[in-house]
Design a protein around this ligand. Structure first.
Ligand code: ZN
Length: 299
């Protein structure tokens, strides 16, 4: 009896030490999903935002700041995507570990070659992508690079589980690599297809699948289209017809509807991140659903 009690106590201790080591706050759902893929039960992971929030425009509410207080690691996109709220969150959290440049602050954009890097700073004219395009999540090949760097960061913060993180990353790279090859095959017919976007959040997707972005509903990233600008897009459509208008789950289909109606093309809502559609329940479902929705719109 006594021996079995000791045995049970030993099990309890063992399960306690195996409990989540790291408390991770992700800025966006894709980074929460990636951290879960890599850290398994060694981290408690939550996301600051959902797929239905524009990551450029988030309020650092007190409840969010409270969640940052005890976090060991922030996993964010960077490249100024969260410039409107992340610095405030870092400051107000009172958590010295999360400050930029420290191991507790991870930025995905630092590990990926950014597209649309401007030759000169253009923020004065309203451009909200002054560091290059931060919407790197729409290409899963970027995810593989970020996963390698995030695995290293997890190991740095929690060296006792370094081998565990490395093994999970190895498995993730293998599964995601195979899935990417499958999606590329499925999407072969999308190569060269002309699309209109609502915000430049699809440049990495276009780069990956060979879509051709012929127009943007926004005259500049973050700037709403005027009536005359939309009319000019319709003229553009006559010269170079697009097959569809893309928008993210977090965006309203409204700005695209006028053009869709006048040009006779569909608007397509893509999940953009994990949770943006029922099928996008994880990172694999995200790209699977994106490719399926694009193919569906071609019919
Ligand atoms: Zn943007």
């Amino acid at each position: 009896m006594f021996k079995s009690l000791i045995f049970i106590a030993g099990l309890l201790l063992a399960s306690q030490s195996a409990q989540a080591a790291l408390n991770v706050l992700a800025c966006e759902p894709e980074w929460a999903a990636l951290t879960e893929e890599l850290a398994g039960d060694k981290a408690r992971v939550t996301s600051a935002t959902t797929a239905f929030q524009d990551p450029h425009h988030v309020q650092a509410r007190p409840s969010l700041i409270a969640r940052a207080r005890n976090a060991d690691l922030l996993v964010c996109t960077g490249a100024e995507l969260e410039i409107g709220w992340l610095p405030l969150l870092q400051r107000q959290s009172g958590n010295a570990r999360l400050q930029s440049g420290l191991p507790g602050s991870f930025e995905a954009a630092q590990h990926v070659a950014l597209l649309e890097k401007p030759s000169r700073l253009d923020r004065a004219q309203g451009d909200i992508h002054p560091d290059g395009n931060p919407h790197l999540i729409s290409d899963p090949r970027n995810l593989l690079k970020v996963a390698v760097a995030l695995t290293q960061r997890l190991a740095e913060l929690d060296p006792a589980n370094a081998a565990y993180y490395a093994a999970r990353n190895h498995d993730f790279q293998k599964r995601m690599g195979l899935a990417i090859a499958r999606w590329e095959k499925q999407a072969a017919g999308l190569r060269g297809v002309a699309v209109v976007v609502h915000h430049k959040n699809w440049v990495y997707l276009a780069d990956w699948l060979g879509l051709s972005i012929v127009a943007d509903l926004e005259p500049k990233p973050g700037i709403d289209p005027s009536v005359s600008f939309l009319s000019s897009l319709l003229e553009h459509q006559k010269a170079r017809p697009a097959r569809m208008i893309l928008h993210a789950a977090y965006q309203s289909p409204k700005p695209g509807e006028w053009l869709a109606e006048h040009a006779g093309i569909p608007t397509v809502e893509l999940p953009y991140t994990v949770g943006g559609s029922p099928a996008a329940h994880d990172l694999f479902g995200l790209y699977e659903d994106t490719v399926m929705k694009l193919k569906e719109a071609m019919k």
